[in-house]
Write a protein that binds this ligand. Structure first.
Ligand SMILES: Nc1ncnc2c1ncn2[C@@H]1O[C@H](COP(=O)(O)OP(=O)(O)OP(=O)(O)O)[C@@H](O)[C@H]1O
Ligand SMILES: [Mg+2]
Length: 559
């Protein structure tokens, strides 16, 4: 019996393998739909320096139990979608505007479409899209995807005057899901998004009528990422062949200096010379052996400058600190940003925050770590114990930093931003342990931990001083009256200055021996020596008081 061979197109593949991209159960699908739509909206805003205002409404249409039918509606104020791209952006799997060398939440050209496709498969729903790029017209489309051919089906297309000056995208469709089980994760998603995006305004109305509203707390935004050329360290044979196909009749020298970042004419010349290539050879004339040699040389040449980080958009220390303070209300926050690095030619930056004390509770069981993970400003909520950030934290010897991980009220925040975050799955749930990323996380967390240790030991010292003042308060007055009695005096010395000096701001307390007379007339140096004279500090004081009395030739007599 012979096998039957068939071709599977990409829409069909994802339709049959929904779990590969995180749509593996009604509740996970509910979460993924909200998340993918919000991510697209945020990319359309902060990727273009627009302060995001994203509103999501989810309500129950009918049904009960796990297979409830929901209606989702999302509106944003992003850049909108050009008219001609609408059917493909929302009706053709693996079509998008984010396959470039620029940091984006979106990567695959799939997430939003999977959400719509899920609605189509489970609730036979078409999607309604209204968009404008801020011009005179607003366009509305009613669409679905022909799964067998991966092409959009347009049912309705309307055009209207843009009377309200709308700019952005509005999307609506039905799907079968389970909000009851997805609720916690969705709320957590908005909560963590508000932490990493203090400049965004996020609104969510859930099927129970609960309103979750995070107003923006700042109008300062990170600079949007700029598109860059590929870095030579990240090139492979296929990529090189494609680049040559679009520039076939150029010399190697011009080809390298025009198509790669960090490669000017001088660097290209030096590279070609040191690897034995003819700078004037036409790129289309190179055979596969020469191309393979070129790829290896490009990847290994150490004189190229590191990748240009302008294609990245980290949050920045100030915004991250603000976001952390806003949502975790800790006593202390330390934030660290590492310099840009690259893995396989993809630039990346690691940002880390450690929050301590205040409203942060200690872990409720041993081994639990409070970790908030972000990648390209997306909160990652699933599989945290598989994430590289978690293994780095668990691998650190926290005793060195005076932190008891199992007991301390401590939370970690990690953000990896890159033109290509090394996600382990297409569902974008956790970051793989790429050695370069792992190393940067390790260095960033340790750097933040060192700063935290300094803060904590300062705090410990302040607490010690406070305790000491309390003790002084208690005993000094007793000592004063006892000394007055021994000295057969009536008036007790004034000890208020001593108490103030022993307070939270440390000053050396000078015990002025002259204030309390020893019994029985003239005092010797020995008699007036302060109690702590045995310590080095006491010795200094002793010397000082000696030289003072020696210098007092006028003879202010010690009584
Ligand atoms: N709200 C929106 N505003 C503007 N453009 C959008 C919006 N939603 C989707 N798009 C466009 O549609 C494209 C496809 O979106 P989709 O979510 O399917 O893929 P993606 O975001 O490119 O990648 P990923 O699979 O990682 O989500 C996007 O690349 C973008 O160009
Ligand atoms: Mg997307």
């Amino acid at each position: 019996m012979s096998e039957q061979f068939q071709e599977l197109n990409v829409a069909d593949f994802f339709y049959k393998n929904k779990d590969l991209v995180g749509f593996d159960s009604p509740h996970k699908a509910t979460y993924m739909i909200v998340r993918e739509l919000v991510e697209n909206s945020l990319d359309a805003c902060d990727g273009h320096k627009i302060l995001p205002d994203v509103r999501v409404t989810l309500y129950r249409v009918e049904g009960a139990g796990a297979q409830e039918r929901y209606h989702v509606k999302i509106v944003d104020n992003g850049i909108g979608v050009p008219l001609e791209a609408v059917p493909y952006a929302f009706g053709k799997v693996l079509f998008g505007s984010k396959y470039s060398m620029r940091q984006n939440r979106g990567t695959f050209g799939l997430g939003g479409k999977m959400s719509l496709l899920y609605g189509q498969i489970t609730a036979n729903s078409r999607v309604l899209i209204t968009t404008s790029q801020g011009g005179s017209k607003v366009y509305t489309f009613e669409l679905s995807t022909d799964i067998r051919t991966n092409t959009p089906i347009i049912y309705r297309r309307e055009e209207a005057d843009n009377k309200s000056h709308f700019r952005g995208v509005k999307i609506e469709f039905d799907f079968e899901g389970d909000y009851g089980k997805a609720r916690d994760k969705i709320i957590e998603y908005f909560y963590e998004s508000a932490m990493i995006l203090p400049y965004a305004q996020l609104t969510f109305i859930d099927p129970n009528g609960t309103l979750l509203f995070y107003p923006r707390i700042t109008e300062t935004m990170p600079n949007p990422p700029l598109e860059t050329l590929p870095h030579p360290h990240g090139v492979d044979l296929e990529m090189l062949k494609r680049m040559i196909a679009t520039n076939p009749h150029t010399s190697l020298l011009v080809f390298l200096s025009k198509n790669f970042q960090r490669v000017g004419e001088r660097t290209a010349k030096a590279f070609l010379r040191s690897n034995g290539f003819d700078p004037h050879a036409e790129v289309s004339e190179l055979n596969t052996k020469q191309l393979t040699k070129l790829v290896t040389a490009l990847r290994e040449y150490s004189e190229f400058l590191p990748p240009d980080p302008s294609c990245l958009s980290p949050i920045g220390e100030d915004l991250l600190t603000e976001g952390i303070k806003r949502l975790l209300s800790p006593d202390h926050v330390v934030v660290t940003t590492r310099p840009p690095r690259a893995y396989e030619g993809n630039p990346f930056i690691v940002e880390v925050g450690i929050a301590y004390g205040g409203a942060i509770a200690p872990p409720d069981k041993p081994g639990k770590v409070q970790l908030f993970r972000f990648a390209n400003k997306i909160p990652l909520l699933y599989d945290e114990y598989s994430d590289v950030a978690m293994s780095v934290i668990q691998g650190i010897n926290w005793n060195q930093y005076k932190v008891k991980l199992d007991e301390a009220p401590i939370a970690f925040i990690t953000h990896v931003c890159s033109t290509k975050v090394p996600y382990k799955t297409a569902g974008k749930e956790y970051v793989a342990a790429r050695p370069e990323v792992e190393r940067e996380l390790d260095l960033a967390i340790k750097q933040a931990a060192r700063e935290l240790r300094v803060k904590l030991s300062r705090m410990e010292k302040a607490a010690y001083r406070e305790r000491r003042t309390e003790v002084l308060k208690k005993y000094l007055s007793m000592m004063a009256s006892f000394s007055t009695f021994l000295a057969e005096k009536e008036k007790e010395p004034d000890i208020s200055a001593l108490l103030m000096e022993g307070g939270p701001k440390r000053k050396r307390i000078k015990l002025k021996a002259v204030e309390v007379d020893p019994p029985g007339g003239e005092a010797s140096e020995e008699d007036v020596r302060p109690a702590s004279a045995g310590s080095p500090a006491g010795k200094n004081r002793e010397k000082k008081s000696k030289s003072k009395s020696e210098g007092d030739s006028g003879g202010k007599k010690r009584r």
